[in-house]
Structure formats: structure tokens, C-alpha cells
Ligand binder design. Structure first.
Ligand code: ADP
Length: 568
């Protein structure tokens, strides 16, 4: 096929394939970005919801603790507060403060029971010494009584998020915990309607402390508690997702930027700027919930999608290219086949022409009466007969080839003694061989070698080998045809002392139309069909023909047929 045309076809195939590849990968990149953005947005929504829930839980627990303080009866209040403080894990310290005089009644300023009391007094000294008023700056007024699970803000409702169910449970658990240690039943000690109070966020030693206070009258004693913030948080952090997707990290940061809790990939925290920063100021001033994502961390689903899409795209491109390759191969094969057929037609015509010319020449001589002597005329007639037989063999070859190609070849197998059969053929052609200088010897003729085969097909195969020896090995002067039995096979070996066949060509000479392209075949007529036809004819009958180099130089072609034991 025209090389330039193949290149053009390939360009036509490669250009759209390259376009598909480029656009495919571009679309993939876009889709991947879109999926990553969507997954980040979903994650941000979840983080926002988690922040809302944390706020609600802390606000609720603060409200509940303050109500518990108010339920403590007036008589015996200090002892009750101490008992409550000792038994309730959410209460760090309790206090009673009276206006005027010393101020702090419990814990006693001059007799603090331990270092915790001392620290507490020192922390809130500005309050206890009256320098800062109750309900002053930053104080949070008391919230209306919430019922557990009922105070979800609009932001939380209707959203799906990973911590929702556990958080609801933790909130209820926290509210129950807030009541631990207070023996008073709510019905027995409802707080007076005029009671005021609230929570004061207090920053000491660069940390947030929350102090809840209440009083029944504006001039009455103030009592309350300091919240054990860590105890509350340790229960709330379980609402955090175990491992946020997408290589991101969820971190709870206090006012000084310290990480109080985090879930997810620790590497992500190295990112300086969080992708989301939600303030928890309402319940935990200066605290925030931050989401950090490692740069370029792709979403899990996006990564799987990209992998799958890249795989599919690669398969598509590979399919297009291998399809093109196969088509090119097929086109090449068809081209080579077409060329072989063309050369076959010219070779066959050439082969037919040679005997026809001889026949015509001798026939004309005889018909014009220009041949003197009977002996000469008889020789000319023999030449005509021999050339006609050669023509017949040639035409048979061509006909057999076409029948074999179309799978229309039929056989009439019969039992025959290969040794006798081979001897007969050699004798029939002895003169022809002698004319080219070949002396034919038959070996193993005395031993019957029974085979079941089509007589004509075997003759055709054998004569193709003998013709080749005449064409290519006449200089060797010797042709040996041996018949022998080897196991269950009968071998007919046609050996010459010609140049032999090069190793690389030994299998190829049995391909149809194949002729070794060398000086040996250059001057000899031939179509490259003889051996391929011989092999097809023999294989169709359970036999084969193959080449063996002959020891001492030359070729041996072995016809192998199954041995008929019964006949033996
Ligand atoms: P053809 O003889 O028409 O070319 P064949 O199929 O009979 O076709 O033979 C194929 C090739 O095998 C020949 O072209 C020749 O090169 C090689 N060949 C066949 N027989 C012999 C032989 N006896 N000695 C050397 N080469 C041979």
C-alpha cells in the first residue's frame, strides 16, 4: 500500500484521538475541581452545624447548672454547695459572696482549704473584692430555661451532618450530669421569680474560665460556680467526626489559638490559614472551630472518580490506537497478498509458456515434415508428450491450489504400498531426471510400507518435491528417494545434494507464494506454490511434509504419512 496514504490515514486517526485525549483530560480536571469544591462546601456546612451544636450544648449546660444552683436551699447553702461541688464533675468551684464586709463567704479568703481554692480566689479576685460588679462587662444574662433537645437553632434543623445523633445524646447526658450531686428536687425548690444571674467569661493566665452566678435580690448574697470547662469539652468532643474526609482537619481552638481538640489529618494543621473559621463566641468567647485542608488534598470520591475516568479514557485511546494498528496490519497483509497474487499470475503464465513453446515448436517441425529420420521424429514426439505432462502437473497445481483455498478439494483415500508407489513414480520420471543430469536412487523399496491416502494427491506432492530437486539441485547430480517406517509413520525422504535451504527460510518455504529471493530462484520459473500445496494435500490426510538439512550438504524433504498396520 502507498506509504503516504497510510501516513494520511494514521493522521486522520491520530488527530481526533489526540483531541479526545486532550479534551477528555481537560474535562476531567474541571470535573475533579468541581467535585472537590462540592465536597469542601459540604464539609464546611457540616463544620458550621457542628459549631452550632457545640454552642447549644454549652449554653444548655450552663443554664442547667445555674438552675441547679438556684434550687439549693438558702439554709445550709454553703455545705450543700460544697457537697455539690465535690460530687459534680462539671463543677470546678462553688462560691458564696455577700455584699459589704469581707465579701467572700465561701471559700473563706483567710482559710482556703487547698491550692485549688487559693487559685480560685486569686483568679476571680477582682470580682470577689468588688472591683468589678456582678453582671458587668462581658457578663452573659441568664438564658430562658431550655428543654433538652428542643433548642436546636434554625441552622441545625433539616441538615444532615455527621455528629448530629451523638451530639443530641451528649447534650442530654450533659444536662443529666449538671444535676448530679444536688439532692433538691426541682418541684421542691423552684427559684424565686425575681432571681437574677448569668455567666461571666473570665480570662486569667491566658485561659478562659466561666463563672456562673445568681442572686435572689439585688442586695442579696451572690452564689454560684465555676464551670469545669474541660469536663464539658471532654464530653462534647465525641460529637466530632472520627476522621473528616478529604484530607482536612477539624480543630477546636481556644482564645490563644491552642488546639483543644482535633480530628483528621495532622499535616493539615501546618496550613497557616483555615479554610473555615466558625466563632463559638456566644458560649465560649474567643473560641472557634476551624477547618484546615492540606493544599491540593483531593476529595476521596473525586480521586476515585478521576482514577476511573482516566482509566476509561486510557482504554478508549488504547482501543482507538490498537484498532488503527490492527487495520494497518490487515491492510498491509492484504497488500502483500495482492502483490503475491499478481506475481503468481505472471509466474504461472511464464511457467505455462515454456512447455507450450516447446510443444508448439516440435509440433510445427513435425507437421511441416522437416524432421528427417524416424528416430528423431520419435524423440520429438516424446518431448511433446513430456512437456504436455509437465503442463498437466502445472495446471493440476493451480487447480489444487484454488480448490484448497476454497476448501473444495476432495480426496479418494485408498490403501497403497508407499515403497512400490514411490519406486513406480521414480521409474516413470527417471528419463526426465537423467536429462537434467540427476541420477535417482530408491532406498527401502523391498519393504512394503502401507499407507491410506489419495493416490493423486500423494503423487502431486511427491512430484512437486522431485520437480524442485530438478530445478534447484540438479548440480548435485544425485537424488535419493527413501521409504522407511518410523514408529507409526511412513517417511518418504527426497534428498538431494543441492545448496540446501538457509535456516531462516526453512519454515517459510512452505508458505504459499513464498520463494527464496536469491540467485538460486532468480533464473528458475516457479510460483511459490509447490511446497505449500504439498503440505496442504498431506495435512488433509493426517500427514505432513517438512524440511531437514541433509548431512554432507543438500536438502531432505520428508513426506510423513500414518502407517497402516492392518495392511502390513
Ligand atoms: P517454487 O519452486 O515454485 O518457487 P516451492 O513452493 O516449490 O515454489 O518452493 C519454495 C522455495 O523453496 C523455492 O523457491 C526454493 O527457493 C526453495 N526450494 C524448494 N526445494 C528446494 C530444493 N530442493 N533445494 C533448494 N531450495 C529449494
Amino acid at each position: 500500500m502507498n506509504r503516504r496514504r497510510i501516513i494520511v490515514y494514521w493522521l486522520l486517526l491520530l488527530a481526533p484521538t489526540a483531541c479526545i485525549g486532550v479534551f477528555g483530560f481537560r474535562l476531567l480536571a474541571l470535573e475533579r475541581e468541581r467535585m472537590a469544591a462540592r465536597s469542601r462546601a459540604a464539609m464546611l456546612t457540616r463544620a458550621q452545624t457542628l459549631a452550632d451544636t457545640l454552642e447549644i450544648a454549652v449554653t444548655d449546660v450552663k443554664g442547667e447548672l445555674l438552675r441547679e444552683v438556684r434550687r439549693i436551699p438558702r439554709e445550709d447553702r454553703v455545705e450543700a454547695l460544697i457537697r455539690w461541688e465535690r460530687s459534680n464533675p462539671l463543677v470546678r468551684n462553688t462560691f458564696v459572696w455577700a455584699p459589704g464586709g469581707d465579701g467572700l463567704v465561701h471559700p473563706a479568703r483567710d482559710r482556703p482549704s487547698d491550692s485549688e481554692d487559693r487559685g480560685f480566689i486569686a483568679r476571680f479576685d477582682a470580682l470577689f473584692s468588688g472591683r468589678v460588679g456582678w453582671g458587668g462587662h462581658g457578663a452573659e444574662r441568664d438564658a430562658p430555661a431550655p428543654s433538652a433537645g428542643a433548642a436546636a437553632p434554625a441552622a441545625v434543623k433539616g441538615r444532615r451532618w455527621y455528629g448530629q445523633q451523638p451530639a443530641r445524646f451528649q447534650r442530654r447526658e450533659l444536662l443529666d450530669l449538671a444535676r448530679v450531686g444536688n439532692v433538691q428536687q426541682p418541684a421542691q425548690a423552684e427559684p424565686p421569680a425575681a432571681a437574677e444571674g448569668g455567666w461571666i467569661p473570665w480570662f486569667a493566665e491566658n485561659r478562659l474560665h466561666l463563672l456562673g452566678w445568681t442572686r435572689e435580690r439585688p442586695d442579696g448574697p451572690v452564689y454560684g460556680l465555676e464551670l469545669e470547662l474541660m469536663a464539658v469539652l471532654s464530653r462534647l468532643v465525641t460529637a466530632f467526626p472520627a476522621a473528616p474526609e478529604d484530607g482536612c482537619t477539624l480543630a477546636l481552638l481556644d482564645g490563644a489559638g491552642r488546639v483543644m481538640h482535633q480530628t483528621g489529618d495532622t499535616d493539615a494543621l501546618a496550613e497557616r490559614e483555615p479554610v473555615l473559621d466558625v466563632s463559638l463566641a456566644t458560649s465560649l468567647p474567643h473560641w472557634r472551630l476551624a477547618v484546615y485542608c492540606a493544599a491540593g488534598a483531593p476529595a476521596g470520591a473525586a480521586r476515585a472518580f478521576t482514577l476511573l475516568a482516566v482509566l476509561l479514557l486510557a482504554i478508549l485511546i488504547a482501543a482507538i490506537l490498537s484498532g488503527g494498528m490492527l487495520l494497518t496490519l490487515q491492510a498491509r497483509r492484504s497488500y502483500v497478498d495482492a502483490r503475491r497474487k499478481t506475481s503468481f499470475v505472471s509466474n504461472v503464465s511464464h511457467e505455462l509458456k515454456t512447455p507450450l513453446t516447446s510443444i508448439r515448436m516440435y509440433a510445427e517441425l513435425l507437421s511441416e515434415g522437416r524432421v528427417k529420420g524416424e528416430e528423431k521424429a520419435r524423440r520429438y514426439l516424446e518431448v511433446i508428450a513430456e512437456e504436455s505432462r509437465r503442463l498437466t502437473r502445472l495446471v493440476n497445481n493451480v487447480l489444487d491450489f484454488s480448490r484448497l483455498e476454497q476448501r473444495r478439494k476432495t480426496y479418494r483415500p485408498e490403501e497403497l504400498d508407499a515403497a512400490a508407489f514411490v519406486t513406480g513414480i521414480v521409474e516413470d520420471h527417471r528419463l526426465r531426471m537423467a536429462a537434467t543430469g540427476l541420477d535417482a536412487v530408491v532406498e527401502g523399496a523391498g519393504q512394503p510400507a502401507w499407507v491410506r491416502t489419495d493416490r493423486d494427491a500423494l503423487e502431486q506432492a511427491l512430484l512437486n518435491l522431485v520437480d524442485n530437486a530438478l530445478k534447484y539441485a540438479a548440480e548435485g547430480k544425485q537424488l535419493c528417494v527413501g521409504v522407511s517406517r518410523r514408529g507409526g509413520w511412513i517417511d518418504i525422504r527426497v534428498s538431494d545434494r543441492g545448496p540446501g535451504v538457509a535456516r531462516a527460510q526453512r519454515a517459510r518455504i512452505f508458505e504459499k507464494f513464498h520463494r527464496v529471493d536469491d540467485s538460486l530462484t532468480a533464473g528458475k520459473p516457479g510460483s511459490g506454490l509447490g511446497l505449500s500445496i504439498a503440505r496442504s494435500l498431506l495435512r488433509d490426510q493426517g500427514g505432513d511434509v517438512f524440511y531437514e538439512p541433509r548431512a554432507g550438504g543438500g536438502s531432505t524433504f520428508v513426506i510423513r504419512l500414518p502407517w497402516r498396520k492392518d495392511e502390513a
